[in-house]
Design a binder for this molecule. Structure first.
Ligand SMILES: [Zn+2]
Length: 337
């Protein structure tokens, strides 16, 4: 048959996986080789249709279900029905479309990746620039708005509640040490040890969940801000510089890793959303340790103030990238593809 069963281990069929079918977006590139791309038919709330009538994946927005036809079994009428994820309904509500789906295995679970696309209207930049300066979460992400007359119109750091994260992280570390003691005494299968392990896992999950939620919300807010102003977006994601700063601040290794990984996730989320809405963006080095006026090395004074011994420029460290952005006065953004 056309799609073959090479994606699924015999003798399983997608029917066996009905309850564990995972939805997601585009699979990672290294996955794609073994993945099978499928055409889709979209049936909208008003009964109108788009796509290939014989497509194996039918997205039915009337009942919010996805029907998989004849996937892995060449039987006429063999259909598996699964509920449609809410984000698909939301994306389509925003004018998006799901022209392709990919099916494959991820961690031995069948995975249906729905590839949402959006036809974007040309974005007419207004001359506003939204500058996003990404630091690891301990220093936060800062954003600034530069207006068409080249003035910093708004500036604000976005910082998660670090005290909360610290509390959860250190509590998990403390419990890990207790658990280590029990293990050394050979007591690691006692109910007490198991309870400790559950508590540790719950605390770690809390840290991740909190940071993910924070990143998701802030990325969305920034994209909405850019859309409202029709601003072009300049992003400086100096992850390496942040890593050095984190080392200087003597943040525990485990927490440092979490901060860096979640910061990278934030950048990815931001880019995905900017692309979705067709907002032009560029990555731009906006260094906070070099003078934006004369490019001399800046000296850090107490209270994170940066000063130039050559020309007298002085600004809070977090604002230096904004001054670099001011230099990009006639910056031309390319329209996203
Ligand atoms: Zn200078």
């Amino acid at each position: 048959m056309k799609f073959g069963c090479r994606t699924f281990p015999n003798p399983y069929s997608i029917k066996d996986f009905k309850t564990s079918l995972i939805f997601g977006t585009t699979p990672k590139r290294w996955f794609a080789r073994t993945w099978v791309p499928l055409k889709t038919l979209r049936v909208y709330a008003d009964g109108s249709m788009k796509g290939d009538k014989g497509a194996p994946v039918v997205l039915d927005f009337r009942g919010s279900v996805i029907r998989l036809r004849q996937v892995c079994r060449n039987e006429p009428g063999f259909v598996v029905e699964v509920p449609m994820p809410r984000w698909v309904i939301e994306r389509v509500g925003e004018g998006g479309d799901v022209k392709f789906a990919m099916i494959g295995l991820k961690d031995n679970e069948p995975y249906l990746a729905l590839v949402a696309e959006r036809v974007v209207e040309p974005y007419v930049p207004s001359g506003y620039r939204l500058v996003v300066d990404v630091n690891a979460w301990s220093n936060g992400v800062a954003y600034g708005i530069v207006n068409p007359s080249n003035r910093i119109a708004e500036y604000s750091p976005l910082r998660p509640n670090l005290r909360l994260i610290d509390t959860w992280y250190h509590k998990a570390e403390k419990l890990s040490k207790e658990l280590g003691k029990l293990k050394r005494l050979g007591l690691d299968s006692t109910p007490g040890a198991k309870r400790l392990w559950r508590e540790i896992k719950a605390l770690r999950r809390k840290v991740y969940a909190y940071l993910r939620d924070f990143a998701q919300k802030r990325a969305h807010e920034l994209v909405m801000k850019a859309l409202r102003l029709r601003a072009g977006v300049l992003i400086d994601d100096m992850i390496e510089e942040s890593r050095r700063e984190l080392l200087e601040e003597k943040i525990p290794r485990g927490l440092r890793k979490i901060y860096l990984a979640e910061t990278r996730r934030f950048v990815k989320l931001l880019i995905t959303q900017l692309r979705w809405y067709g907002v032009p963006y560029e990555f731009k080095r906006l260094p906070s340790t070099i003078c934006p006026v004369c490019q001399h090395e800046l000296t850090q004074l107490p209270g994170r103030t940066m000063a130039c011994t050559n020309c007298g420029f002085k600004a809070p460290r977090d604002l230096v990238p904004m001054h670099w952005a001011l230099r990009e006065h006639n910056y031309e953004f390319e329209q996203p593809q």
